[in-house]
Ligand binder design. Structure first.
Ligand SMILES: [Ca+2]
Ligand SMILES: [Ca+2]
Ligand SMILES: [Ca+2]
Ligand SMILES: [Ca+2]
Length: 746
């Protein structure tokens, strides 16, 4: 082909490509946006990022990896701790029966401390140690659940009807954590989701707070109340409004919180109210949360604490409510679908940071800006926007200096890539930085510390992630990203293996290597050293070669609706769940191992994981068994249910005031009662003021005792005091009238 001919041929081709590129550019439709930081306009201070403590039982190496990743990489600092609830194969709720009839005297033997010990030692303490090793403040709140239809079951009568007993229940948890585990609860929530599938109301929660608050103060405990912790912002706002004028209650409240299930249009009202009171706000639970929720809570809810849901649970892949899932192989974990988006905020915006104003023009990229120690961090969210587009964002008013830029991009709406560093940028005197923010990305501009930073290992795994003997071969792979974009090298080693195995790494100095010779069953550990030339970061990959198919694992075996069965209640529901490493089809079988003499209970669907138990007519202990089968194994587990005889309510024989008529300047009288229970049950007492003249403020000396003095009857008129006597499930009530008359003319 001569030159002319080539030229003739090239021209249209070049023109075509120019045109095509132009078309591409048009199709790509890069939008321009400007955002301006106003660091002098300050909003909330960030206090921490949280999760609900899990109670899963997994091997030490996996637990360590999960905690390292969640604390050191993601940046969590806060835990919610739920006391044991319900009746399951391995525990009963924290206080199964009332410990005794005195709400001011703890009988420790009545509390199920062992399950709490296990959870605290296995998860809370190592989490706390990691947070503190990073120099961050660890934060913890206690939050019991009493769902009528849930595994926790309803609040028992003595707990629900006696604020004194409720306060003792809370105090027992707070003191136990402090004395046994040296952990101070920062906050205590009266009830997880008051008003959602339980009998709690603003009035009930308020009574509990006002009984608990003074006792916390008496004991010198710094624990504050987290309130109202309802299922969504609007319900929380309803609770807040119901008690907004109650100065006594607000004395004890240290945090205003909400969950995100349902309507949340009241977030701005909550934020304004909290600001006026000088109390921080928190969003503390939602399954399937997105970066969009996180953004709105920070901006509209002004939250200082934010949480997705639990630390971790069992699962093959990231579950909807867990930051991480412990894979069934027990050696590796998976991440929640928005882990990397959350990390774009959590890892860089640390406790103590203050959110500051950032103004945007009409573009769809949503900005956040924070100031910490005089340095600015900016987060640009371009996910879940109504307009799918790539943006060039001009960030204005950034303090001059060096910044690192990083981002995560979602491949699809629900699958993010790991985050990637984009290198160091210098902002000059024009205080301006232009960054590309592709569609479905979250980008962070963070202050560069100056000295070289280690690479972050964003993935390390074996594929497949377990073997059954004779399969013999896996691929190990790792990925990493480096703030300075330094070249990264990888080096794989075999750290542990069964003696009989002759393991060969095919390309040990590549990010990915085949591994052969996994011939012996047992535990293998590989390590990968990731280096940027300055730092060396090591991650471990555990792998088990199983001798054969593995048995299913059953969990969460309990009864509910109701949890505590008292005749004539004749039904309850048995529930269990199970998973299997190989995803084998599973079969379930409930059976009665033993029941009291004369009892003939019926199992309605014994081949289902959920099985209604009916025809309960005899009190006593029942032992049930759930067998879970895969094609080669049967795994049995036992559940004990105690059925209680029909209960008769306590009796208040007399309730009197001595004297019942007093004359000022006397302002005090003695209330006493004679009470009993036909069944000999433990009963507890609670006195309250039913009516009193305006301006009076009666004070009980021992509000939870059978006999108490009441003082402060300073205003003439009629007083009515109400006594409740409460046993396991029922209560009796009686009023006592006292008349105060003004003294003679002095
Ligand atoms: Ca007690
Ligand atoms: Ca580096
Ligand atoms: Ca199996
Ligand atoms: Ca009784």
């Amino acid at each position: 082909m001569n030159r002319w001919k080539l030229f003739q041929w090239m021209v249209p081709l070049v023109l075509f490509f120019v045109g095509f590129s132009f078309f591409l550019l048009q199709a790509a439709d890069v939008e321009q946006q400007t955002i301006t930081i106003e660091p002098e306009v300050r909003y909330q201070t960030i206090l921490g990022w949280g999760a609900t403590t899990t109670s899963i039982e997994i091997p030490e190496m996996l637990r360590s990896q999960i905690l390292d990743e969640l604390v050191n990489d993601l940046g969590l600092t806060r835990l919610r701790l739920e006391p044991p609830g319900g009746n399951s194969s391995d525990h009963r709720r924290w206080e199964w029966h009332n410990d005794n009839g005195d709400p001011e005297n703890i009988n420790w033997s009545a509390f199920n401390t062992e399950v709490l010990d296990k959870k605290v030692s296995f998860w809370v303490k190592p989490f706390k140690e990691r947070v503190e090793a990073n120099g961050d403040p660890f934060n913890l709140y206690i939050s019991p659940s009493f769902f009528d239809g849930g595994s926790t079951g309803s609040a028992p009568a003595w707990l629900f009807e006696s604020p004194g007993e409720y306060a003792e229940f809370a105090i027992s948890l707070i003191l136990y954590l402090k004395n046994k585990h040296n952990i101070t609860a920062n906050y205590y929530s009266i009830l997880n989701e008051a008003g959602n599938n339980n009998s709690f109301t603003p009035e009930v929660v308020s009574r509990m707070i006002k009984a608990l608050g003074p006792r916390l103060e008496e004991l010198g405990l710094p624990t504050r109340i987290e309130f109202p912790e309802c299922m969504n912002a609007n319900e929380s706002w309803r609770y807040i409004q119901a008690v907004q004028g109650d100065a006594e209650l607000w004395k004890y409240v240290g945090l205003i919180s909400y969950h995100l299930y349902g309507s949340n249009s009241a977030r701005p009202q909550i934020y304004e109210f909290a600001k006026a009171k000088g109390i921080p706000t928190a969003q503390t639970e939602k399954m399937s949360t997105t970066i969009d929720d996180f953004y709105a809570d920070l901006r509209v809810g002004g939250v200082s604490f934010w949480e997705h849901y639990t630390l971790a649970y069992y699962g093959h892949r990231g579950g909807s409510g867990h930051y991480l899932s412990a894979n069934y192989n027990m050696t590796s974990f998976s991440r929640y679908q928005e882990y990397w988006s959350f990390r774009q905020i959590m890892h860089y915006v640390r406790p103590g940071a203050v959110r500051v104003e950032v103004i945007k023009d009409s573009g769809f990229v949503r900005p956040l800006a924070f100031v910490q120690e005089g340095k600015v961090t900016v987060v640009l969210v371009n996910r879940y926007t109504p307009f799918f587009g790539d943006y060039m964002v001009t960030v204005k008013n950034l303090p001059p200096g060096r910044y690192a830029v990083c981002r995560t991009i979602a491949h699809s709406r629900f699958r993010e890539g790991p985050y990637e560093e984009l290198g160091i940028q210098t902002v000059g005197e024009d205080k301006t930085l232009v960054v590309e923010v592709p569609k479905e990305s979250v980008l962070t501009i963070y202050p560069y510390p100056g000295e070289n930073q280690p690479p972050t290992v964003t993935d390390w795994r074996a594929t497949p992630n377990y073997l059954t003997v004779s399969q013999e071969k896996i691929t190990l792979s790792a990925s990493a990203t480096d703030p300075e974009l330094d070249a990264i090298s990888f080096l794989w080693l075999v750290e542990e293996k069964p003696e009989a195995a002759n393991v060969v790494l095919i390309t040990p100095d590549a990010p990915q290597t085949e591994v052969k010779g996994l011939t012996a069953p047992g535990d293998y550990i590989f390590s990968v050293a990731v280096s940027d030339g300055t730092h060396r970061v090591v991650r471990r990959v555990g792998l088990t070669v199983f001798p054969g198919n593995q048995p299913p694992m059953s969990l969460d075996i309990h009864n509910r609706i109701p949890v505590v069965v008292t005749l004539p209640q004749s039904t309850t529901i048995l529930r269990g769940a199970a998973h299997d490493l190989e995803d084998d089809p599973l079969q379930y079988r409930w059976s009665v191992l033993s029941q009291p003499k004369g009892s003939k209970v019926e199992l309605e669907t014994p081949d289902q994981p959920g099985c209604k138990l009916s025809n309960i007519t005899v009190p006593g202990d029942y032992i049930f068994q759930l067998e879970v089968r895969d094609p080669t194994h049967t795994v049995p587990k036992v559940l004990k249910i105690t059925v209680y005889p029909p209960n008769k309510a306590p009796v208040i024989e007399t309730a009197i005031a001595t004297p019942a008529q007093i004359t000022l300047p006397e302002t005090k009288t003695l209330l006493s009662a004679k009470t009993s229970d036909p069944d000999g049950d433990t009963i507890t007492h609670w006195w309250s003021v039913k009516e009193s003249p305006a301006g009076s403020n009666p004070v009980f000396d021992k509000q939870g005792a059978r006999e108490t003095s009441v003082s402060g009857l300073t205003v003439p008129g009629d007083y009515i005091f109400a006594l409740s006597a409460i046993d396991r499930t029922k209560s009796a009530k009686k009023d006592v009238a006292v008349t105060v008359t003004a003294g003679g003319v002095g």
